[in-house]
Design a protein around this ligand. Structure first.
Ligand code: ACO
Length: 322
């Protein structure tokens, strides 16, 4: 039987760092409020002209290097993004051109902050059914371009960045299970209410920016992450004591801490990057994974639990032997 395993990881964060103090000059907020309510200290913001695909390319090259592969070894590219370079072509096709690989499928997945888990689920199925041997999965986002920089309720929470993983065919189960869900009922709690087929005039005249009912999203995120973690552990007959590391989507330190508490995991076993990166949406899990692999915390053989929650609502998890 063929399984998928993580063969390499890579990450990229834009050079420019914006601290909470910097934001005090833009909106009526304080470093103290942002840290206390979200755990965020700073975020990276893309340079003028720096795109989702530019960042994805760097993360992808780093992941390929760490997997000791070259771009030609890749037979599928999936980019998870909510902030694509263009309406079309897909950002995955742009990355394919930049990597100079031809004749392989490349497509985007749009599931907001759960995008990386959705992409991992798809890539795992391709590998298990023999449709691909080495899949490049990238979560890449320029949320700074869809933030209303006058709305203190959202602009302090997000950052830009890109994280990538190479998933390769293996005789041993790396990806043990993936779980994805959605519920379109809650669209209005977290959305960008302007697009192409709807709200296009708003898009043209005022731009397209995130609107969020933060405290309601918070409540649902905590409840949902608790149930997806239970579903994942019970589905695999695994106890929380078997988990080496929780690698959660990085939206808010309080959400992460509540999820860890529900799982019975101490914070020492949770990878946290939200303080340094803020919420980078679909990039946040692969970025956090890459940080912890490179600093030596995550080691070969560790059992990892990924979990995410985002707009849609979408949510998902994965149990992975690294
Ligand atoms: N600085 C100072 N005060 C602020 C700020 C700010 N940046 N933002 C809001 N406030 C004020 C509010 O106006 C409110 O004031 P009021 O009581 O006078 O009306 C007060 O702070 C409390 O606001 P709440 O929204 O109730 O604060 P809360 O404790 O819920 O924290 C937060 C807000 C951080 C947004 C939290 O609700 C949260 O993290 N929500 C979930 C975000 C998330 O997980 N999103 C999903 C992923 S994103 C994606 O999929 C794209």
């Amino acid at each position: 039987m063929t399984f998928a395993r993580i063969a390499g990881t890579g990450g990229y964060l834009p050079e420019r760092i914006v601290t909470n103090k910097d934001l005090e000059d833009i909106v009526d907020t304080s470093d103290e409020w942002i840290q206390e309510r979200s755990g965020i200290k700073r975020r990276h913001i893309a340079a003028d002209g720096e795109t989702t695909s530019d960042m994805a390319l760097v993360a992808a090259r780093r992941a390929l290097d760490s997997a000791s592969l070259v771009a030609d070894d890749i037979d599928l590219i999936i980019v998870a993004t909510t902030t694509p370079d263009k309406v079309f072509p897909s950002t995955a096709c742009i990355v394919q051109r930049l990597l100079e690989v031809k004749n392989i499928p490349a497509f985007d997945v749009h599931a907001a902050c759960s995008g990386f888990i959705y992409a991992l689920d798809i890539a795992n199925r391709f590998i298990k059914t023999g449709g691909a041997k080495n899949v490049l999965i990238i979560g890449s986002e320029t949320y700074s371009r869809i933030l209303d920089w006058t709305d203190r309720g959202t602009c302090v929470l997000f950052g830009d960045g890109s994280g990538a993983v190479v998933l390769s065919a293996s005789n041993n189960a790396g990806v043990i299970s993936t779980h994805i869900h959605s519920d379109g009922e809650f669209e209005e709690l977290l959305h960008v209410p302007a697009g192409i087929s709807s709200g296009y005039e708003t898009f043209q005249q005022e731009g397209a920016f995130i609107k969020m009912k933060g405290s309601e999203v918070f409540r649902r995120a905590v409840g949902t992450l608790g149930s997806i973690a239970r579903e994942t552990l019970e589905g695999n007959n695994v106890s929380q004591e078997d988990i080496s590391w929780l690698v959660p989507h990085q939206a808010n330190l309080r959400i992460i801490a509540a999820a860890a508490k529900k799982l019975g995991l101490p914070m020492e076993q949770v990878i946290v990057t939200v303080d340094e990166h803020a919420n980078t949406s679909s990039a946040s899990i692969p970025l956090a994974l890459d940080v912890a692999v490179r600093d030596g915390r995550i080691k070969s053989g560790d059992l990892l639990l990924f979990e995410a929650f985002g707009a849609g609502f979408t949510w998902g998890s994965a149990l992975v032997r690294y």
